[in-house]
Design a protein around this ligand. Structure first.
Ligand code: ZN
Length: 234
């Protein structure tokens, strides 16, 4: 169930049975010679949407621009100041809390976002504790999960790509986006291994494949559903 493809009565009905929502969060930044600019937003979105379809989880719109200052020398990258991102995350959360959501599960696709997301959570919690309603305020909790750190997922990625996984523009994340958008598969130029710098950080994304993406998504979806249910019930 996706928020932007739902009507308000459908969201109202969902709230009657669950106060938890999943928000994919990522970045729009270069991902090497064959990775899509949207990779870090698309991975949590693809995984979140499938988890939502399989388990009836409400999935919010993707927060698809984040902290990408260090990728700005590559065309297409868009970045937010940390203060802008924190303010926007606060507004998204406060809007959802206003309707009765109490558990916001942020499924993150970009390592560079982690510090700012954590700071945003602190701002959000301070906002709640400074609220005049005090102890009567409904409990609001946020959770941050990096999709590649979901139980079992990193082991699977290492198994699929024992060499060349690297830390940016990894074959694993490129595979996930190709599985989600097979029409966007890019052929890597034959000579790209000789070209540097091209945006990778220690990775060999030429190993990416739709088949690997399918396996990684399946493992991630299973882990997200289990973790989200625990968080929703906490
Ligand atoms: Zn990435």
């Amino acid at each position: 169930m996706q928020l932007h493809l739902s009507t308000w009565p459908e969201v109202e009905a969902y709230l009657a049975k669950s106060k938890a929502i999943l928000i994919p969060i990522g970045s729009t930044e270069q991902h090497g010679p064959n990775g899509l600019l949207g990779t870090d937003a698309l991975c949590p979105e693809i995984i979140g949407k499938r988890a939502g379809d399989e388990a009836g989880i409400l999935v919010g719109p993707t927060f698809n621009v984040g902290q990408a200052q260090h990728h700005m020398s590559f065309p297409g990258t868009i970045t937010l100041r940390p203060s802008t991102m924190i303010a926007a995350m606060q507004d998204w959360t406060q809007s959802l809390a206003r309707h009765g959501f109490e558990r916001i599960y942020w499924l993150n696709g970009h390592g560079g976002n982690i510090a700012t997301i954590t700071a945003a959570f602190s701002e959000i919690y301070h906002g709640v504790s400074f609220d005049r309603a005090g102890a009567n305020h409904p409990p609001l909790r946020c959770s941050l999960r990096n999709w590649w750190e979901l139980p079992g997922v990193m082991d699977l990625c290492r198994q699929l790509f024992p060499v060349g996984e690297g830390s940016h523009a990894t074959p694993s994340e490129v595979s996930v986006t190709w599985f989600g958008y097979p029409q966007a598969v890019k052929q890597v130029a034959d000579d790209y291994r000789r070209r540097f710098p091209d945006g990778r950080i220690g990775s060999d994304p030429s190993q990416a494949s739709i088949e690997a993406g399918e396996k990684i998504v399946a493992a991630s979806v299973k882990a997200v559903i289990s973790e989200f249910k625990q968080f929703a019930a906490s």
